[in-house]
Design a protein around this ligand. Structure first.
Ligand code: OSB
Ligand code: MG
Length: 378
């Protein structure tokens, strides 16, 4: 694949309803989409960073800058045999996994199209249908949360994740558990607690949760390793895991028993797959997290979720839960059994609605190799 051109577009999209987490309330999204052109084939990826640096340190704007100034120049004009090779070219840039992932995942889309394969088959996926859960934002009171959960369970979703924060936590989880004694339930704190809250966090052990996601600080694996032995509920790490080495460290130090894999957070498909393989070898279940993506990011999440280690329902749900109108067709739909049928067309398997994207675009940058003889990295 010769990397001829990279086109970055920022689109503005309004969420159907605001999404409240312990770190922010998100109503509208500014999303950077990346199109890479190789040998006449277009591949698509999405920057999953949020608008502000409150989930992790990246933002839509930092990813834009790093892609334009550092990542694109180090790959444009170069030829790679497989998408997974691109991470080697991007290695001089530290961090910025979400910026890298947009490019890496777009190249996987190209490679799959060139081979005439659906992306999930190229990745080594084994399940033609994936299990879906939903992530419910924080609500004003427990009754509202129960109503939201009821709605999603009626639609078929297989598990409910509740966002929690101090003051909107135990009472909410208790109420939902009481109303739904058998439902697969979990909580996501997005780093809102500290090790000093251990005795409070132990109270969640009463609710038979599948897991509690990222209770302590975003970069603090050590304190999670102190907390996990004091909880019956498995800890699932999200924010802490940026690469396969982090996954190995977390599992070996007992900081978690489950890992949430997000393509953006770990730098793309190749690393996600490495984490999935490592976790499989250690009997650590993994599942696919979400970042309120458009259909493009969602399509990549669906492909990744077909890998054998993804044994738990992910935060991969229908387009219509987020958007009035998505940027792909067909839109992602969930069956009454709470599953998504994985598409069989080559590449990401959905058609990118370029006209709709053009209408939503607020800025656009086309990048081409300037002078291929001048090295730009290091
Ligand atoms: O922690 O999993 C998270 C959304 C934005 C940022 C972080 C998270 C989330 C979600 C929503 O939980 C997942 C989704 O439905 O896309
Ligand atoms: Mg999370």
């Amino acid at each position: 694949m010769k990397i001829d051109e990279i086109i970055l577009r920022e689109i503005d999209m309004q969420l159907k309803a605001p999404f409240e987490t312990s770190f922010a309330t998100i109503s509208g999204r500014r999303i950077a989409l990346l199109e890479v052109r190789c040998d006449g084939v277009s591949g698509w990826g999405e920057v999953t960073a949020a608008e502000g640096p409150f989930y992790n340190s990246e933002t839509t704007d930092t990813a834009w800058t790093v892609l334009c100034n550092f990542l694109a120049p180090s790959v444009l004009g170069k030829t790679i045999a497989t998408a997974s090779e691109v991470m080697g070219l991007l290695e001089p840039v530290r961090g910025h996994e979400m910026a890298k992932a947009a490019l890496e995942t777009a190249l996987w889309d190209v490679q799959a199209q060139q081979k005439g394969l659906p992306l999930w088959k190229l990745l080594g996926g084994t399940r033609p249908e994936i299990a879906c859960g939903v992530s419910l934002g924080i609500r004003r009171d427990p009754q509202k949360l129960i109503a939201a959960a009821e709605n999603e369970l009626k639609a078929g979703y297989q598990r409910i994740k509740l966002k929690i924060k101090p003051g909107k936590d135990l009472e909410f989880v208790a109420a939902v558990r009481k109303h739904f004694p058998k439902t697969k339930l979990m909580a996501d704190a997005n780093s809102a607690y500290r090790l000093a809250d251990t005795s409070f966090l132990q109270k969640f052990d009463d609710f038979d949760l599948m897991m509690i996601e990222q209770p302590l600080e975003w970069d603090d694996m050590y304190h999670h390793s102190k907390l996990q032995p004091m909880l019956k509920t498995p800890i699932c790490l999200d924010e802490c895991i940026h690469n396969p080495d982090h996954a190995e460290a977390a599992v070996n130090m007992g900081a978690c028993r489950i890992i949430n894999i997000k393509l953006g957070r770990v730098g793309g498909h190749a690393r996600a797959k490495q984490i999935e393989e490592f976790c499989g070898s250690r009997n650590v279940p993994v599942w696919c997290g979400g970042m309120l993506e458009t259909g493009i990011g969602r399509a990549h999440n669906i492909a990744m979720s077909t890998l054998p280690g993804f044994v738990l329902p992910g935060d991969v749900s229908a387009s219509r839960r987020y958007w009035d109108e998505d940027v792909i067709e067909p839109e992602v739909e969930v069956t009454p059994n709470g599953t998504i049928h994985v598409p069989t067309a080559p590449g990401i398997g959905y058609t990118v609605r370029t006209k709709r994207i053009d209408q939503l675009t607020t800025r656009c940058e086309t990048l081409r190799a300037v002078n291929p003889s001048v090295p730009v990295t290091g």
